[in-house]
Design a protein around this ligand. Sequence first.
Ligand SMILES: [Zn+2]
Length: 88
Amino acid sequence: MAKCSFCGDTLRPGTGIMFVKKEGAALFFCSRKCERNLRGMGRNPAATRWTSAFQKEKEHGKGIEKGKAEKQAKKPEHKGKQAKKGKR
Ligand SMILES: [Zn+2]
């Protein structure tokens, strides 16, 4: 059975949308939502939270989540008022 090209869900026979590109590559979509996200808005499945591609990236630890967490960890803590109180 075909899998959705965006979210990765398996398509039941007789359901979904098949889109064939000019070069002959076929894309399968379970819903219009998935089609719009990939073709219309050009979103990356690995960067979209509700897809299985994103979950796989998260499991391997290479995903965007880890990058975000690292960025947050590097942020300096807010010390503004506490530092002033210490000097006085
Ligand atoms: Zn889908």
